[in-house]
Design a protein around this ligand. Structure first.
Ligand SMILES: [Zn+2]
Length: 285
């Protein structure tokens, strides 16, 4: 049954690879057995994904050797896959797409769903939303009728027809954008976002500064933001406008505010923040 399905995927142009199989208790067929941290989800072949094939003779050979092998399908060629592993991921994606999910091919997995889409050309992305990953170029998914470590089989909710649906714009923007994980680890790698956040934070600090430290706070803010202006990450007009509004809100006088902002900005622009070496996104944002 597993071989028949594997051959059918291959006939539709999807490269197939044999994957390890969990037993009824969820123990992996690999050498690590109960200690395996990805039971039933990792390739049986030494070179893994790179050996995935549409060659029926090869596929028959593999499934003769491992008749119960789970079926891995290479993504990024015929389809990309939205990999939802929780109810939270389901609700998050549904909300993102305006209340309903596209009526494309859909697989029920152990604890979630796989939604098939036309390939985007992008690679894998993790944590697009809580409970949502993306499998694209260089990735693979486990497909029906494979067995899941949590018990039960991967099964079709809706089988593939002619061609999977295209990726909706909102989802595509998420795939193209910076990963939230990257932002947390290296905020400066996405400097446009970082700079806008800095502008908001500094303006709030100025607006809330207590009497006696207002002018000093304003000066520091103008200097810090001037460094971002100097690096080309913020528009000086935006900084002037935001800080002016915040400082006036704090109760500072107009002439004093302008003078302080200009002097802080000028000094900051002479010391632009450093580009992080080797990080091209800094130049693009
Ligand atoms: Zn294993």
């Amino acid at each position: 049954m597993s071989l028949t399905a594997a051959l059918a995927y291959a006939r539709h142009g999807v490269p197939v690879l044999p994957v390890h199989t969990p037993d009824l208790r969820g123990t992996c067929s690999c050498d690590r057995g109960v200690r395996c941290d990805r039971p039933g989800k990792h390739p049986r072949l030494r070179h893994g994904l790179t050996e995935a094939s549409t060659d029926p003779r090869l596929i028959e050979m593999w499934w003769t050797r491992w008749p119960a092998a789970n079926i891995g399908l290479r993504t990024g060629i015929v389809m990309d896959v939205a990999d939802i592993d929780s109810a939270e991921g389901w609700h998050g994606l549904t909300h993102l797409l305006g209340g309903s999910l596209p009526a494309g091919p859909r697989v029920r997995t152990g604890g979630g769903w796989h939604l098939w889409f036309r390939p985007t050309g992008f690679g894998n992305r993790v944590h697009l939303l809580p409970g949502l990953d993306w499998r694209g170029v260089g990735g693979y998914v486990v497909a029906p009728p494979s067995r899941h470590a949590r018990g039960g089989d991967y099964r079709w909710v809706r089988r593939p027809g002619d061609e999977p649906p295209g990726v909706p714009a909102a989802l595509r923007a998420l795939i193209e954008g910076p990963s939230p994980v990257d932002v947390v680890r290296t905020p400066i790698a996405h400097p446009g976002r970082y700079a806008r956040a800095a502008l908001t934070a500094e303006a709030e600090r100025v607006a809330g500064a207590p009497v006696g430290s207002r002018n000093d706070t304003l000066n520091r803010a103008a200097f810090a933001l001037g460094r971002l202006v100097g690096a080309g990450l913020l528009d000086p007009g935006d900084v002037l406008r935001e800080l002016d509004r915040a400082a006036r809100f704090a109760g500072l006088g107009r002439v004093e505010v302008r003078r302080t902002i200009r002097s802080g900005l000028t000094a900051g622009r002479r010391m632009p923040i450093d580009a992080v070496p080797g990080r091209t996104p800094l130049l693009r944002a």
